[in-house]
Design a protein around this ligand. Structure first.
Ligand code: ATP
Ligand code: MG
Length: 442
């Protein structure tokens, strides 16, 4: 992408409304624009990151055996009357009427709708296990939308729903998502810690929030420091291996970890003092086994191997992509801007032409840009006629992992500079060596 043809509305000033660094940087880097309280446009740079986050989520959901569909944002109130949640859900639910005066709502979540999809088609245990997910906008009329897309009213959620014949099957479905979540967040450069969460009236211990430690997080959290070093399940994890997945779950729940709502001070104090971590955290995912709560109310049942009807056991599994983007920035930035992990970077590299219009600089940059494009390296080429200083600031702000800097002096020697955004390390290489470096498989 040539910057001269891209849409990157960088802000020069620090926006006053932004209280935390990720919100400030997302506004300054031209990633988002607020449209009304808690409702945002994702501008092209932000959209690129969001797409990469979603692609990782999708790959890991698919790997674990979940199947993607797409449900609508607008739902009929009738479904929610069936489950009893139409009245129970408070003011967070945006209720609307269509021209026929029929009550509708903008979905805050999709348990009812997916249960309706399930009961319409699935009649036999032979079609189980089943896990269906989508990545779709939700609306919750939060009292205090804040911190940009971290807590917004309209936000994107990946929500998966599992269906099993019995509790045992549902536990395996839960463990699949548990392992998939560990992989998903790790691929984004994040260490998410599963913490025991409240299961409400259903009881049991099968609900976990996945929390990223960050000073600006809204939750107060307590955990054992071993979590910082536990191994992430490998790419070749067998998601059909019941015992193998249970072992992953057991390992990752073998140490103390809880948010303030579930905190047990005595149990935490039993952890040796030097191994305690008490910090703040951001909830980026939440998984939940809820048994037959919706299937019972809405008549989702299958014929079992015994010929009898069985109410199916369900779980739901959420991830917030539009919250993950600022969470990644909270975890990875410096005083000059964002430092993207390569896997989610809007561009893997930026080529900075320090003197656009200079024949030698232009030629060197065009050569590099073409070679990177050919090798499939997602590159932004700053071909604008801004001053070099402003270009460096922009390159640092938007945070591409590698910068290729072409100035008249170096180019005169057939060379360019490569700067690593994270470490700041610079190296001068021939144009050819620079291309080889950037296109080498890692
Ligand atoms: P919170 O406690 O932060 O309000 P929640 O527990 O209500 O979130 P869930 O219903 O568990 O949220 O939703 C699943 C995921 O969706 C959350 O883990 C989070 O990543 C994301 N999410 C929830 N609410 C918001 C929001 N208002 N803005 C952005 N993302 C959200
Ligand atoms: Mg939650």
């Amino acid at each position: 992408m040539r910057l001269s043809r891209f849409f990157l509305p960088i802000l020069k000033e620090n926006p006053k409304e932004a209280e935390i660094v990720s919100h400030r940087l997302m506004l300054r880097a031209g990633m988002i624009k607020q449209q009304s309280a808690g409702i945002y446009t994702w501008l092209p740079l932000g959209k690129r990151v969001l797409d990469k986050v979603n692609a990782i989520i999708r790959e890991e959901q698919n790997r674990s055996g979940a199947i993607e569909l797409l449900m609508p944002t607008l739902q009929s109130a009738e479904l929610w009357q069936e489950s009893g949640r139409y009245d129970a859900y408070g003011k967070e639910m945006l209720r609307i009427k269509d021209r026929q005066d029929r009550p509708m709502l903008y979905g805050p979540t999709n348990e009812e709708m997916i249960t309706d999809v399930f009961r319409s088609f699935v009649k036999s245990y032979k079609d189980l296990p089943l896990n269906l997910y989508h990545i779709q906008l939700k609306f919750r009329d939060e009292i205090r939308p804040r911190f940009g897309t971290m807590r917004s009213r309209e936000f994107l959620m990946k929500d998966a729903y599992s269906f099993d014949l019995d509790r045992e099957g549902a536990e395996h479905a839960y463990n699949r998502m548990f392992a998939a979540y560990l992989r998903t967040f790790s691929r984004m450069g994040l260490r998410a810690i599963p913490m025991r969460a409240d299961t409400g009236p259903i009881g049991g211990n099968l609900s976990h929030e996945f929390i990223i430690l960050a000073d600006t997080g809204e939750s107060e959290v307590f955990c054992h420091k071993d979590f910082l070093d536990f191994d992430i399940p490998a790419e070749d994890t067998d998601f059909d291996d019941v015992a193998g997945l249970r072992a992953i779950f057991d390992k990752w729940t073998s140490r103390y970890a809880a948010t303030s709502e579930m905190h047990d001070a005595a149990a935490f104090e039993a952890v040796p003092e030097e191994e305690r971590v008490s910090a703040r955290g951001i909830e980026v995912g939440h998984i939940f086994y809820f048994g037959t709560k919706y299937s019972e109310a809405m008549g989702a049942k299958v014929q079992g191997p015994d010929g009898k009807e069985h109410i199916v056991h369900m779980g739901s599994y959420g991830i917030g992509p539009t919250r993950l983007v600022p969470a990644i920035i909270e975890a990875s930035h410096d005083e000059n801007g964002i430092v993207w992990p390569k896997a989610v970077a809007p561009f893997e590299a930026i080529v900075v032409n320090m003197k656009a219009g200079d024949a030698a600089c232009d030629a060197a940059c065009e050569t590099i840009y073409a070679a990177l494009a050919k090798a499939g390296v997602d590159t932004l080429y700053d071909d604008t006629d801004e001053r070099a200083g402003a270009k460096f600031a922009t390159a640092d702000l938007i945070g591409a992992p590698v910068q290729v800097i072409a100035g008249p002096r170096a180019v005169g020697n057939g060379e360019v500079e490569i700067k690593d955004r994270k470490t700041g390390a610079r190296e001068t290489l021939t144009i050819e060596a620079a291309i080889n470096r950037l296109t080498a498989a890692d």
